[in-house]
Design a protein around this ligand. Structure first.
Ligand code: 13P
Length: 275
């Protein structure tokens, strides 16, 4: 069943639970993530990142995911991850995404609020939800234009009151694309932000966060955790093993069977921590 963030996150934030948001890069991950969500009876968010949006286009992505999401027995949100241009956000909304992120984190506070608020009006007119970012979550590699800047609680308050977003991504020591769980989360900062707003909070870079810290964060109104790298590593590891296991095998469906199982297991592991 297709839903947006507002159907999932406020209830989760109030109950101290969280919803996993998986970046997917092809049909296998979509199928595996939905199977994991259905096996646990949990809602899930499937996200299209910037690389994927340029690889297959938002129309192609929506076409790949929407039908499966609508047929799923659990709530599924089809979400556009970090997007810096309004035009792509609007194209995603027209294509049937149920949720979008407009990322104004590299702008000044006032510009971030003003541009996000305009996009929020459009997203809401489509019946979609919108996530924004305040402060700036760094990347381990790539995305040279991305600053590293912790979220100031006073900025988070202004952003939550004036940007029109439904969920607010914050920078509190989390880092995108770490391959091991080594982030040092500033829990004092998260608690200060959580005390100032009723909005569900979002944490990016979840692969790099220790399980114990994920559990603490979800008690502080963090209701959406973005997960990418661990699934990409699982995909590559299991595909390599599958190819090596039978050098004569060339049937994609046979080769992908253990990959699907590995992705489903990793997706379910993450969802169990967060649910
Ligand atoms: P990781 O790849 O670090 O898990 O983060 C994904 C993410 O935050 C996408 O927005």
């Amino acid at each position: 069943m297709l839903v947006n963030l507002n159907d999932m996150l406020p209830a989760a934030a109030n109950a101290g639970h969280a919803v996993a948001c998986f970046n997917v890069f092809g049909n296998e991950e979509v199928v595996a993530v939905l199977a994991a969500a259905e096996s646990l009876g949990r809602g899930v968010i499937i996200a299209c990142n910037k690389d994927m949006a340029s690889h297959m286009g938002v129309v192609g992505f929506a076409g790949m995911v929407r039908g499966l999401a609508a047929a799923a027995s659990v709530p599924v949100c089809v979400h556009l991850d970090h997007c810096y241009e309004e035009e792509t956000v609007f194209a995603a909304l027209r294509a049937g995404f149920t949720s979008v992120m407009f990322d104004g984190s590299q702008l000044t506070l006032e510009d971030n609020i003003a541009r996000t608020a305009r996009v929020a009006l459009v997203a809401h007119a489509f019946g979609a939800s919108i996530e924004g970012e305040i402060g700036s979550v760094p990347y381990t590699e790539g995305r040279d234009h991305i600053r590293s800047e912790l979220t100031e609680p006073s900025d988070a308050l202004a952003f939550s009151q004036r940007s029109g977003v439904d969920a607010m991504a914050i920078s509190v020591g989390n880092v995108h694309r770490l391959q091991t769980s080594t982030s040092e989360i500033d829990f004092e900062r998260v608690a200060q932000i959580a005390a100032l707003t009723d909005l569900p909070l979002v944490i990016h870079g979840s692969t790099g966060i220790r399980e114990a810290d994920l559990l603490r964060l979800k008690k502080l109104r963090v209701a959406k955790f973005n997960v990418g790298t661990t699934m990409r590593m699982t995909f590559a590891r299991s595909l390599r093993a599958s190819l090596d296991a039978d050098l004569a095998q060339f049937d994609r469906l046979v080769l992908m069977k253990p990959v699907l199982a590995a992705l489903q297991a990793e997706g379910a592991r993450v969802m169990e921590v967060l649910g």
